[in-house]
Design a protein around this ligand. Structure first.
Ligand code: UD1
Ligand code: CA
Length: 482
C-alpha cells in the first residue's frame, strides 16, 4: 500500500568529476541498469507517495533516463548553487506544498542500498520520532566520505566533510552514507539557514544535522549492518568494486534458486536476467539485458548473451548472441555469432564458425559449419552445407533467401538473394544459386571437371610435387632420361 507520508528525493545533479567521463556518473551501467536505476528501484520498493529526482549536470540525458526507468518520478531542476543541500531544496520545492510526511534522501551514486535497509532506517526514524536519522557505516578506509562526529555520550553531534575535517575528525572511521530520513517541515526550515561557507563552497545537506542538534531536535546515526551496502561510486575503481559485490549477490541468488554455477567469479549476470530452475551457466559467461534461460539449458563456457531467449534443454557454447531466440533442445556453437533477429527452431543447430542475422531456422534445421546466414528463412529439417554464404546485400539493398523444408544444400554454396530453394531440393557442392530451385530439384552450376594428365611433370619438373607424382604412377610413368 502506498505510504502517503513518505517522499523520496534522489540526488542526481552532481557532476561526477572523479569518473572522468563524458557519460554522467549516475548513468554508468552496473549489472544492466544505470547506477541510478538501482537507487530508483530501491526507493520505489518502499511504495512512497512521491519520488523526486534532482538533476542538473547533463540534465536532459539524466532526466530522460530517469523517466524511462520510473515514469512516475518527478524531475526537479537544481539551480546554479552547488551542493547536496541545495539539491534537496530543489527536491522539496517539487513536492506539493502541503506535504508534511517524512522525506528519505538517497544519492543516485549509491547503488547497492537495498529496500530492506531503507525500510528499517525509516522504521527506526519513525519509532524514535526523530527530526533526522542518518544511515552511517564503519569503514576500514573512510577517505573521501563525510565523518560522523559523536559527542562524548556517543550521540550524533554533526557531520564534517573530508575537506573541512580536522586531523582528529579524519581519524573517525564512521562515515555518512549520504542516506537520511528527515521530518519534512524541520528539513525545509533548517536548509534555509545553511550557507556555502566551507572548503567546497557548496551548500552541504550534512550541515542540517549540526543545526538540528543545536536546536535539540532528536537526531541519530545508525550504522548499516554491512558497510559495503552504502558504498558510493565516485570513480571507476569504486564502480568495479560495486559491480563485483552486486554480481556476487546476483549469482548467489540464482544458485539458491536452483541454477548451477560452478565458478561464480567468472560469471556475470545482469539484474534484468531471468533463469529457470535447473539450468547451468558455465565459466566465462555474461548474461545481459532481458536474457532468459529455460530449465535444462546449459550456457557457456565463454558465452555472452544480450537480450536472448534460450529454450529448455538448449546448449549454447562459446557464443556471442544478441536479440536471438534459441529453441528448445537447439544447439549453438562452439564459436557462433547470433545477431539480432535470429530465431532457431526446436532442436535446430547453428554450429561452429557460423554467423546468423535476421533469420529463422525451422524445427530441426541445421547450419552446422562455417557459414553466414542473413535475411533468410530455412524450413524445418533442412541441412545447409558447410561453408554456405547467403549473399543478401547487393551493395544497396538487402534481399531475402528462402529455403524450404527438408532441403539438402551442398557445401560451399552461395545463395544470391533474392532467391528461393524449394522443399526437398538439393544443390551440388560449390553451387552459386542465382535462380530459384524448384521443390525436389537438384541445382548444379559448377563446370565439369577436366583432368590434364601429366601436367605437373611437364610444367613443374624437379619439384617435390613432380617427384611424388612420379613415385605414385610407377616406373613406366617416370620422365624419360635421354
Ligand atoms: C556526500 C556527503 C558525504 C557522504 C557521501 C556519501 C555532502 C555534503 N556530503 O559526499 O558526507 O559521506 O556523500 O556517499 O552531502 N549532488 C547533487 N547536487 C549537487 C551535488 C551533488 O544532486 O550539487 C548529488 C550527486 O549527483 C550525488 C550525491 O548528490 O548523487 C552526492 O554527491 P557527491 O558529490 O558524490 O557527494 P560526496 O562528496 O560523495
Ligand atoms: Ca558520492
Amino acid at each position: 500500500m502506498t505510504d502517503s507520508r513518505l517522499a523520496v528525493i534522489v540526488l542526481a545533479a552532481g557532476q561526477g568529476t572523479r569518473m572522468k567521463s563524458r557519460t554522467p556518473k549516475v548513468l554508468h551501467p552496473l549489472a544492466g541498469l544505470p547506477l541510478i536505476g538501482h537507487v530508483l528501484a530501491a526507493a520505489r520498493a518502499l511504495d512512497p507517495e512521491h519520488v523526486v529526482a534532482v538533476v542538473r549536470h547533463e540534465r536532459d540525458a539524466v532526466a530522460a533516463a530517469i523517466s524511462a526507468l520510473d515514469a512516475h518520478a518527478i524531475i526537479a531542476d537544481q539551480d546554479e548553487i552547488p551542493g547536496t543541500g541545495r539539491a534537496v531544496e530543489a527536491g522539496l520545492a517539487a513536492l506539493p506544498a502541503d506535504f508534511d510526511g517524512d522525506v528519505l534522501v538517497v544519492s543516485g551514486d549509491v547503488p547497492l542500498l537495498d529496500a530492506e535497509t531503507l525500510a528499517s532506517l525509516l522504521a527506526r526514524h519513525r519509532g524514535a520520532a526523530a527530526a533526522a536519522t542518518v544511515l552511517s557505516a564503519v569503514l576500514d578506509d573512510a577517505t573521501g566520505y563525510g565523518r560522523i562526529v559523536r559527542d562524548p555520550a556517543g550521540a550524533l553531534d554533526r557531520i564534517v566533510e573530508q575537506k573541512d575535517a580536522s586531523d582528529d575528525e579524519l581519524a573517525v572511521t564512521e562515515i555518512n552514507s549520504g542516506t537520511y530520513v528527515f521530518r519534512t517541515s524541520t528539513l525545509r526550515e533548517k536548509l534555509a539557514l545553511v550557507s556555502t561557507d566551507n572548503a567546497a563552497q557548496e551548500k552541504y545537506l550534512t550541515d542540517v544535522i549540526g543545526l538540528l542538534r543545536g536546536d535539540e531536535h532528536p537526531v541519530a546515526a545508525l550504522p548499516a549492518g554491512q558497510s559495503w551496502i552504502v558504498a558510493g561510486v565516485n570513480d571507476r575503481v569504486q564502480l568495479s568494486d560495486a559491480a563485483l559485490r552486486l554480481n556476487a549477490m546476483i549469482v548467489r541468488g540464482w544458485q539458491l534458486a536452483g541454477v548451477t554455477i560452478r565458478d561464480p567469479a567468472s560469471v556475470w549476470i545482469d539484474r534484468t536476467v531471468t533463469l529457470d530452475e535447473d539450468c547451468e551457466v558455465l565459466p566465462g559467461t555474461q548474461l545481459k539485458g532481458a536474457t532468459s534461460i529455460a530449465r535444462g539449458a546449459v550456457v557457456g563456457p565463454d558465452t555472452t548473451l544480450t537480450d536472448c531467449e534460450v529454450g529448455p534443454d538448449a546448449r549454447v557454447s562459446r557464443t556471442d548472441g544478441t536479440l536471438a531466440v534459441i529453441g528448445a533442445g537447439a544447439s549453438v556453437g562452439p564459436f557462433a555469432y547470433l545477431r539480432p533477429g535470429t530465431v532457431i527452431g526446436e532442436d535446430g543447430k547453428v554450429g561452429t564458425f557460423v554467423e546468423t542475422k535476421n533469420s529463422t531456422l525451422g524445427r530441426g534445421a541445421k547450419v552446422p559449419h562455417l557459414s553466414y546466414v542473413g535475411d533468410t528463412t530455412v524450413g524445418e529439417g533442412t541441412n545447409i552445407g558447410a561453408g554456405t554464404i547467403t549473399a543478401n546485400y547487393d551493395g544497396v539493398n538487402k534481399h531475402r533467401t528462402e529455403v524450404g523444408a527438408h532441403a539438402r544444400t551442398g557445401s560451399h554454396n552461395v545463395f544470391v538473394a533474392p532467391v528461393r530453394i524449394g522443399d526437398g531440393a538439393y544443390t551440388g557442392a560449390g553451387t552459386v544459386v542465382r535462380k530459384d530451385v524448384p521443390a525436389g530439384a537438384l541445382a548444379v552450376n559448377v563446370a565439369p571437371q577436366r583432368n590434364v594428365e601429366r601436367w605437373v611433370a611437364a610444367n613443374r619438373p624437379g619439384t617435390a610435387a613432380a617427384e611424388a607424382a612420379a613415385a605414385a604412377s610407377g616406373a613406366d610413368e617416370a620422365p624419360e632420361t635421354p
